[in-house]
Write a new protein. Structure first.
Length: 435
């Protein structure tokens, strides 16, 4: 109730007058009632709280300028703190919004579930010591030995898990994205954003070099189709859209206080040639159709199908978003250039040091290169007749291959374990062979 909040703020103001600089936060729900048991962490990972039965958490000045608050059943709230006015206004109220995960659906248990014969998995990833597993009908937080710590239903129909270079985890649906935070026995959710916001502001980030950010250019180029959608008779059907294309990859590095600089650029020559041929095919077909229309006043509908197919090839060839992996290792950053068959080596300031011959051919299996979650060791993935194998990358040369499974996907390495999803969509774990 509002009277509670007002009384609490007044009492806190007078109680802090004789103390050092600190900030008391009153955490409330949408009805202005206090929330007990809320935790706060700063961006160095230091934890404060939990909040009292009056919803109060005291933050010292060393908490910094950004702090996030979380509790089961509520979305995470991130606030910015201006410590220059904290002395005159030493009390702050923070309102948490309930999330759509019912506490009745959440199960916390320390039992082992057989991931390999009962639970079908879409995706998984790590954060700190936690293993997050995204199933078709469930969400699970577990340890590496598959001991389940938390689980709930996948009521939002999440489809995949993605991790950005900062280590943040995101759950994706067709239309929205939710960032999650794994704690020891619980998964906390940030408010969801649209998939377009994620693709525009989060997904382009490819690497962090010191204080600098490396982002991929996501602005699509446009080319007109070879037939006018203003032409009478076609009514703006399959010929009326302008397909986007990406001829290769372009990265920019953003340095504080400076204009963005081009960090990397390459052209997908094969994709350009395919798209060019498809464009000429579409142009020739369209020209034939228009001549026929000029002569007889009707469309050749059988040719419209051919034109539609040529345009689809054109669009797909130019819409390729081929990943260009970047990894940090031993103070350097390695960029695997798939177009020039080299590894580009950058120092800790983002300056290019060297280029090393390394070819990623068609035998490589997605995600092509993986890095051990607990070390900087890199591994390559290859497929031969469906059998997926993994080998360490030692001094830019591939070591001995270790067989995993037929059609293994989402392969990741964590310490001494290899985890992957097998052909039947079960999560599998295999001991890593040391070089």
């Amino acid at each position: 109730m509002k009277s509670f909040l007002q009384q609490t703020l007044i009492a806190l103001f007078f109680s802090l007058s004789a103390e050092g600089q600190s900030l008391d936060v009153v955490v409330i729900d949408p009805n202005d009632d206090p929330i007990e048991g809320v935790l706060a962490i700063d961006f160095l990972g230091r934890e404060y709280g939990p909040s009292s039965n009056r919803g109060i958490i005291r933050l010292p000045a060393e908490a910094g300028t950004q702090v996030q608050f979380f509790k089961e059943g509520y979305y995470i709230k991130v606030i910015a703190i201006d410590w220059s006015i904290a002395e005159s206004q030493p009390v702050l109220s923070v309102r948490l919004k309930p999330n759509d995960i019912s506490l009745n659906e959440v199960v916390v248990s320390a039992e082992k579930i057989s991931f390999t014969d009962t639970l079908r998995v879409q995706d998984f990833d790590f954060q700190d010591s936690g293993l997050f597993v995204l199933g078709y009908d469930y969400l699970i937080l577990a340890s590496l030995d598959f001991t389940v710590k938390w689980q709930t239903s996948n009521s939002s129909k999440f489809k995949s898990v993605e991790r950005d270079p900062r280590g943040n985890l995101f759950l994706l649906t067709k239309d929205s994205v939710s960032q999650i935070l794994l704690r020891e026995n619980y998964v906390y959710f940030y408010p969801a954003v649209s998939i377009s916001q994620y693709n525009t502001y989060i997904k382009p980030l490819k690497a962090i070099i010191g204080d600098d950010l490396v982002l991929r250019n996501i602005i699509p180029e446009q080319m007109p189709l070879p037939i006018s959608h203003f032409r009478p008779g076609n009514k703006g059907k399959s010929m009326s859209f302008a397909p986007y294309h990406n001829q290769g990859a372009e990265f920019f590095i953003y340095r504080q206080g400076k204009d963005p600089e081009r960090f990397y650029f390459s052209v997908d020559t094969a994709g350009v040639l395919v798209a060019h041929d498809a464009f000429l095919d579409a142009y020739n077909i369209a020209a034939t159709i228009e001549r026929y229309y000029d002569r007889f006043g009707i469309w050749q509908h059988e040719k419209l199908f051919d034109l539609d197919q040529a345009q689809k090839i054109y669009r797909m060839a130019y819409a390729k978003d081929i990943p260009i992996p970047i990894f940090k290792r031993e103070g350097q950053h390695l960029l695997f250039d798939r177009f020039r068959d080299i590894i580009m080596v950058f120092d800790e300031n983002g300056s290019r040091l060297d280029s090393i011959n390394f070819k990623i051919d068609d035998s490589f299996h997605p995600p092509l290169i993986v890095q051990n979650y607990w070390s900087e060791q890199l591994y390559v993935l290859k497929a031969k007749r469906g059998m997926i194998s993994l080998a360490p990358l030692l001094d830019y040369e591939m070591g001995s291959f270790q067989k995993l499974d037929l059609f293994a996907r989402e392969t990741k390495v964590n310490d001494q374990w290899i985890l992957f999803i097998d052909e039947s969509n079960y999560l599998r774990r295999q001991k890593l062979n040391t070089p």
